[in-house]
Design a protein around this ligand. Structure first.
Ligand SMILES: Cc1cc2nc3c(=O)[nH]c(=O)nc-3n(C[C@H](O)[C@H](O)[C@H](O)COP(=O)(O)OP(=O)(O)OC[C@H]3O[C@@H](n4cnc5c(N)ncnc54)[C@H](O)[C@@H]3O)c2cc1C
Length: 358
C-alpha cells in the first residue's frame, strides 16, 4: 500500500519520489506522460511535458534577493547531488564540464564578481574572462566555472528505473482534478498527495514560457551562454552520451505557438557559430531537428507549500479524515537545476504530516 501519491513524472516528480522512498515512504507516481526516448517522442502530444524538452544545464543565477537566495540553495543542493550521482552511476546521463557565460551588459548585481566572492557563493573553478576571451567587442563581461549538463531523457529514465527498483508503483493516467488522486480505487487510504504536475491545476498564476531550440549532431566539451543587450539569448548545451548538442534558444512568456520557426532556427544557428567557434571547427552545424517546449512558469515563483484539506471536503472518500497536498510546481526554466533542493523541501513538508516506516 502506498502512503504517498505523486502526481507527475517530470524531473520534479521523479526526484521527489526518490527522496521520499529514501526516507522510507511507499510511493506511487500517477502521471499522463513518462520519460520517452528523444528520438521517438511525439513532439506535439508531449509539448506540455517540459522535462522532455529541456537542454539541460546548470547555469548559476547569482542571488540578489531572499527568493533567489532560497533557489540558489536549491541549486547548490542539486549540484552536490549530481556530483554524487555521476560518481556512483556513470550511466545516469550527467557530465561535469566548464560553463562559460558572456554578457553584453554586465548584471547590475554581481557585475564585478571576484573569485573569492564566487567561492563564497559555492561556485567551483570560477574565473573572470578578459576581452581577449570574448567572441566580439559587444561582450563586456564574462566568466567561467565548473558545472553540469545532462541528457534529459537518459537522466529521467534513469530516475524512473531507480524508483521502480526501489519498489515504487507507477500508474499511467490523466487526472481532471488534484483531489482525484485521493480517490483512485487501487490506491486506498492515501493521506498525502504531492502535486508535481508542472503547471498545477487551474492555477491562474501559471503561464508557459515557450522555448525553441535546435538539436545538432556537432559535439561540444563546454556549455556556453550569451546574453545580448536586448535580453535575448544564445546558448549551447552538450547532450553527452551521444545525444548531440542543443543550440538555443528563445524564452517567450505566454507564447503558445507549438510550431518551430525556420527563421528562429537560422538565427540561433548563426549566433552559435559566431559565439562559439570551437563548435564549428570541424565543419558547419548539422541540425537534427527543432524543439519547441513550454517552461511551466508561475507569477510569484515556484509553489512549494503544503495545503491542508479539512475532513469532509473531498466528496467520495471512504473515511472522513483530513488530507494534505504538497504542491511543488511552477519551476519555469530551472526544474533540473533546482530539482534536488525542491525534493528535499518536499520531504520536509511531508515529514511534518506523516511519519515514514524507517
Ligand atoms: C527549451 C527548454 C529548455 C530548458 N532548459 C533547461 C535547463 O537547461 N535547465 C533546467 O534546469 N531547466 C530547463 N528547462 C526547464 C525544465 O524543463 C522545467 O523546469 C522542468 O522540466 C519542469 O519539470 P516538472 O517536473 O515540474 O514538470 P514537467 O516536466 O512538465 O512534468 C509534469 C508531469 O506532470 C504530469 N501531469 C501534468 N498534469 C497532469 C494531470 N492532469 N494528470 C496526470 N498527470 C499530469 C505530466 O504528465 C508530467 O509527467 C527547459 C525547458 C525548456 C522547454
Amino acid at each position: 500500500m502506498s502512503d504517498i501519491v505523486i502526481i507527475g513524472a517530470g524531473v520534479i516528480g521523479l526526484s521527489a519520489a526518490l527522496r521520499l522512498q529514501q526516507a522510507g515512504h511507499s510511493v506511487t507516481i500517477v502521471a499522463k506522460d513518462f520519460p520517452t526516448p528523444y528520438e521517438s517522442a511525439n513532439k506535439r502530444a508531449l509539448i506540455n511535458y517540459s522535462s522532455q524538452w529541456a537542454g539541460a544545464h546548470n547555469r548559476w543565477i547569482l542571488p540578489t534577493n531572499p527568493a533567489e537566495q532560497r533557489e540558489h540553495g536549491f541549486s547548490l543542493t542539486t549540484y552536490r547531488h549530481m556530483e554524487a550521482t555521476m560518481a556512483k552511476f556513470p550511466e545516469a546521463g550527467i557530465t561535469f564540464m566548464k560553463g562559460i557565460e558572456y554578457f553584453d551588459v554586465a548584471p547590475a548585481v554581481h557585475g564585478d564578481l571576484t573569485e573569492e566572492q564566487a567561492l563564497g557563493l559555492g561556485l567551483e573553478e570560477f574565473k573572470r574572462l578578459g576581452k581577449q576571451d570574448f567572441p566580439d567587442d559587444k561582450v563586456t563581461y564574462g566568466y567561467e566555472y565548473k558545472t553540469w549538463c545532462l541528457n534529459p531523457m537518459i537522466y529521467c529514465s534513469f530516475l524512473l528505473r531507480q524508483f521502480h527498483i526501489l519498489g515504487g508503483k507507477i500508474l499511467s493516467m490523466e487526472l481532471r482534478d488534484v483531489n482525484e488522486a485521493f480517490l483512485v480505487k487501487s490506491l486506498p487510504g492515501v493521506q498525502v498527495v504531492v502535486n508535481c504536475s508542472g503547471i498545477g491545476f487551474n492555477d491562474t498564476a501559471v503561464f508557459p514560457t515557450r522555448g525553441q531550440t535546435c538539436l545538432v549532431s556537432n559535439p561540444s566539451a563546454i556549455t556556453y551562454t550569451r546574453q545580448y543587450a536586448d535580453g535575448t539569448w544564445s546558448f549551447c548545451i552538450p547532450r553527452n552520451f551521444h545525444g548531440g548538442t542543443i543550440i538555443g534558444g528563445t524564452k517567450e512568456p505566454d507564447n503558445w505557438d507549438s510550431e518551430p520557426s525556420a527563421e528562429t532556427r537560422a538565427r540561433l544557428l548563426s549566433n552559435a557559430a559566431a559565439n562559439y567557434p570551437t563548435l564549428v571547427a570541424d565543419g558547419p552545424l548539422q541540425p537534427l531537428g527543432d524543439i519547441v517546449g513550454r517552461r511551466p512558469t508561475r507569477r510569484g515563483g515556484i509553489r512549494l507549500e503544503r495545503e491542508e484539506i479539512p475532513a469532509g471536503d473531498i466528496k467520495g472518500l471512504q473515511d472522513d479524515a483530513a488530507r494534505s497536498i504538497v504542491h511543488a510546481y511552477g519551476l519555469g526554466g530551472r526544474g533540473y537545476e533546482l530539482s534536488w533542493g525542491v525534493a528535499e523541501e518536499v520531504m520536509e513538508l511531508v515529514k511534518q504530516r506523516v511519519s515514514s516506516r524507517l
